[in-house]
Design a protein around this ligand. Structure first.
Ligand code: TRP
Length: 467
């Protein structure tokens, strides 16, 4: 079964402390970078700017920030804690920790569904990014003309074969990495390349901020106008907080199950949250000043990144080269995120049904290709088809971010606060008393028990127009 990876990740000296058969992250840094690799992805670079543009800018960002602090972070800590305690996939973690006969494993099951919905559209967006790497290499995308850039993007998404084939390439790529195993595949790829993405983003920011007329973009990012904020906008901001931190569906439970016993969970989660936020803000600073300076449409949505980034690079020395690197690094960031999504069903299938990792991955990929095709074709053959007034692409996105992830987070916090209880939490987050962090634990527990569930419930009910 897991023979190939068995044992080899257990660092010397750690053997006595925990002889675990499960694949595990070998080092503390590996934990941080892999978790960060899951969090930082298209959510930061593509989705955050697109949604900020569509929902009015600064006010949306402020609501998003509040949701990140009061919802995203507590849910992330909860997931890491539960996963590490049970050392199982998400579904079995919840089943093991729940009192007899209480169906808390349903959280994990809903997460499995969310994983498929997210991957079905995420792999398509990643496909566009991969395609842009090649388009950039052939030198055909650099232009500051909004009409030209929108035509380039339109040609890609409206071609059914291009959309499908790029998605398949992405799925095969992710599948290959997953089959190589957790530690080897994930740690290696993410550790090296995230810092580079960071540096390149800063360079793009500098260019964007020094364009004539960049000031409008800064106002848009930092000058809040709350008049456009409605229930659905607040729900969208909360959904984005879940999505960007990879919480609410069991990814972080699964990753937590690979954490070392001495990992400081509150510190790790906080660092991941801050780094994830930094990348998003940088993406915003890279994109919005240029949007206004060059006369693009802020509310373009999914196409925003693909139209504006080539325009920024077109106005930069060496842009031809750097635009390739930019999309390449974005593709890599997206890869880290996708690995963490696909790892959820794969871990479950291997542990529950004792499927070899290879077969579990293949099965997952075939299902994803089928579901994903509906998202891939949402901009061409299926552009007239709508379900609940949305294309498949939008529906997958909406149902996962705005319904399943918040429900997952809600019940995880209820479980932690009201079922698992303070004593267990204290033991788990202090690493059995090794860490002196009782005040942080108390603060976390109060928020997770009362504030997070209440907030999620209110925002959900209001955003779905149930209140
Ligand atoms: N957070 C990732 C991003 O921003 C996407 C992601 C990875 C995700 N794993 C997840 C979203 C789990 C929700 C749940 O691109």
């Amino acid at each position: 079964m897991e023979t190939a990876s068995e044992g080899q990740q257990i660092a010397t000296g750690e053997v006595a402390q925990s002889f675990r058969k499960r694949d595990a992250f070998a080092t503390g840094l590996g934990v941080l970078t892999a978790t960060l690799g899951s969090a930082v992805g298209l959510g930061n670079i593509w989705k955050f700017p697109a949604m900020t543009g569509q929902n009015g800018g600064a006010a949306f960002i402020i609501i998003y920030l509040v949701c990140t602090l009061l919802v995203g972070l507590p849910v992330m800590m909860s997931e890491h804690m539960l996963g590490r305690h049970a050392r199982k996939d998400a579904i079995n973690t919840m089943r093991d920790l729940a009192p007899r006969r209480q169906p808390w494993w349903l959280i994990g099951a809903a997460g499995g569904l969310a994983a498929f919905l997210i991957m079905a559209f995420y792999s398509e967006v990643a496909g566009w990014v991969f395609a842009y790497v090649f388009k950039a290499a052939s030198g055909s995308i650099l232009s500051t003309d909004p009409a030209a850039n929108s035509a380039t993007f339109g040609a890609l998404v409206s071609s059914p074969w291009q959309a499908l084939v790029w998605q398949w390439i992405v799925l095969i790529w992710v599948g290959a990495i997953i089959m190589m195993g957790v530690s080897k595949g994930i740690e290696r790829v993410t550790k090296k390349l995230l810092p580079l993405l960071f540096v390149l983003l800063i360079a793009v920011c500098v260019r964007s901020l020094t364009l004539d007329g960049a000031g409008e973009g800064i106002k848009f990012l930092f000058n809040p106008d709350f008049s456009k904020v409605t229930g659905p906008v607040v729900l969208a901001a909360m959904g984005l907080a879940f999505f960007k931190l990879s919480v609410g569906m069991g990814t972080m439970i699964t990753y937590g199950s690979y954490f070392r016993d001495d990992q400081n969970i509150p510190a790790t989660a906080t660092k991941v949250m801050l780094a994830d936020l930094t990348v998003s803000i940088l993406a915003g600073l890279a994109i919005f000043p240029a949007v206004f300076a060059l006369g693009f449409d802020v509310a373009a949505g999914p196409s925003l990144l693909f139209e504006i980034i080539p325009a920024v690079f077109a106005s930069m020395p060496g842009g031809n080269f750097f635009v390739i690197i930019f999309f390449l690094l974005t593709a890599i960031a997206a890869t880290g995120a996708m690995i963490s999504i696909v790892e959820v069903p794969v871990a479950f299938l291997t542990e529950q049904f004792r499927l070899p990792r290879r077969n579990a991955t293949l099965l997952t990929l075939v299902l994803l290709a089928l579901m994903g095709a509906l998202a891939a074709l949402s901009f061409s053959e299926l552009s007239d088809v709508s379900l609940f007034g949305k294309s498949f692409f939008d529906l997958y996105d909406y149902a996962s971010s705005n319904i399943l992830l918040p429900l997952g987070g809600l019940f995880i916090c209820i479980f932690v606060g009201w079922v698992w209880g303070f004593d267990n939490v204290k033991r788990a987050l202090s690493n059995n008393g090794a860490l002196d962090n009782e005040r942080i634990i108390r603060l976390f527990f109060t928020i997770a028990k009362y504030i997070t569930p209440l907030l999620v419930l209110l925002v959900l009910l209001d955003g779905l127009n149930i209140l």
